[in-house]
Design a binder for this molecule. Sequence first.
Ligand code: GRF
Length: 234
Amino acid sequence: MVAELRLGLMISGRGSNMMSIVRAIEVGELRAGIALVVCNHGDAPGLAWARERGLPVALFERRDYPSREAQNAAMARGMAEAGVELVAMAGFDRLITREIFQRFEGRIVNIHPSLLPAFCGTLHAQADALKYGVKITGCTVHFVTEGAVDGGPIIIQAAVPVLKDDSVETLAARILEQEHRIYPRAVQLYAEGRLRVEGRRVVISEAEKAVGTGADRVSRGEGRSGLQSPATGF
Ligand code: GRF
C-alpha cells in the first residue's frame, strides 16, 4: 500500500487551484494530504482561506529575506521539514530558484493557463491567447524543471475553445474550470506512481500496472510495458 502523498502547495493569490486540490482530497478523488501551504504574500486571499480551513500554512514574504535565494532556501527548508514529497505550484507568481530545485528535483509540478508551449513564461497567457487570435487554448499541468520557464515535461493538457464573444474574463473562467479538473487528476496520477518521464514525454501507465512507492513515485524511463499515451483532456 502506497502511503498518502504529502503535498506542498505554493500559492500567491486567490488560490482556487489549491481549493480544487483540497476539495478533491475531501471527496476522496485525490489520495493526498496537505503537508504545507507556502505563500509569498501576506494579503493573499488563498492564504486566508487556507488558515480558516486549518491547513498548515507558512508565509515567506520577499521583504523578510536579504535575497530571493534566501527566501527560496527558507521555503525549501519549510517544505522539507513538513515532509513534503510533491511541490504543487498553484498560482505562485515568482520563478523559484535552485534552492527549491535542489531539494525537490523531479518533484515539482505547476499549472499554466495555456496549451504549452504556446504562451509560456507569462502571467497573462489568457489575454495573450485572445490577442493572438488562437481558436483553441487551454491549460497544462507540467513538471517544473530548472532553467526552463513553463518548459518541463507535460503531464496533462485540456483544450478550451475561444468563443467569438470571449473577453479575457470569460475565457479565463472557462480555462479555470478545466484547471480545477486536471490539476487534482495530475497529482493523483503522481500519487499513484503512474507517471514516467521519458525525455520530454510523460508516459502515464494504466492503473493496474502502477508500481509506485512512497519513496519514488516517478520513474525515469527505459523501455515500455503496457503503457498508454498521456491523454489530452481527462
Ligand atoms: C491560474 O490561472 C494558474 O493557471 C496560473 O495562475 C492562476 C492561479 O489561480 N498559474 P489561482 O490562484 O489558483 O486561483
